[in-house]
Design a protein around this ligand. Sequence first.
Ligand SMILES: Nc1nc2c(ncn2[C@H]2C[C@H](O)[C@@H](COP(=O)(O)O)O2)c(=O)[nH]1
Ligand SMILES: [Mn+2]
Length: 218
Amino acid sequence: MSSWKPEDHIPPQIKRILSKRNPNHVLAFLSITQLLKLQKRTGWINNGITNAESISDHMYRMGVMSMLIKNPNVNRDKCVRISLVHDIAESLVGDITPMDPMTKEEKHHREFETVKYLANELIKPYNEIAAKEIIEDWLTYENGIGLEGKYTKDLDKYEMLIQCFEYEQQYNGEKNLDQFYGCANVIQTEEIKQWTKDLLEEREAYFHELTKKNHQEL
Ligand SMILES: Nc1nc2c(ncn2[C@H]2C[C@H](O)[C@@H](COP(=O)(O)O)O2)c(=O)[nH]1
Ligand SMILES: [Mn+2]
């Protein structure tokens, strides 16, 4: 594993908070979460989306989606929590795409080190229970544990697909984002498979109408 350390990637203004005699750990942690609001998702930036969503935008809608789950066996509140922390390590690690050269092992190492740092160094001094829960929720997602792990993995992909379709419409079908739709095939739960099927039908109808309109204008 690399010698990559989360503390080496903390912005100076947050390091200043942590360097005080009695550091305000809550403020430092919440200031780090601001980086999720500022960082735009790499997959969209790489495809020239100018008003790309942030990492926290993505996690927010996943949280809202979690509330809609109908399967009574799923702990929806846990899915909301998992959604809100599943990409929290990207605050310091950055948003790595499947196209990036970084190995899955190195990505996991950096993200897990960051989650442990945030929980044990910044949250635990204020709330030990919250620190433990955040590590547990993150590992539930990372390892796809139980229904909540499986559902949130699916929602991660489904949220990206909705956003992708929204960008295709924003660019009037002129930007090719086909590559993102491959992830539809790895959605596992029946409920989110149905959501995805419905979305793909909407997308098919959109492009059918667009083609018809373009032909009429020829
Ligand atoms: N260019 C592509 N980028 C992709 C694809 N699948 C995911 N991504 C991007 C989306 C995010 O920016 C990042 C990872 O997202 P997480 O929610 O897993 O952190 O990778 C793809 O097929 N093509
Ligand atoms: Mn995600």
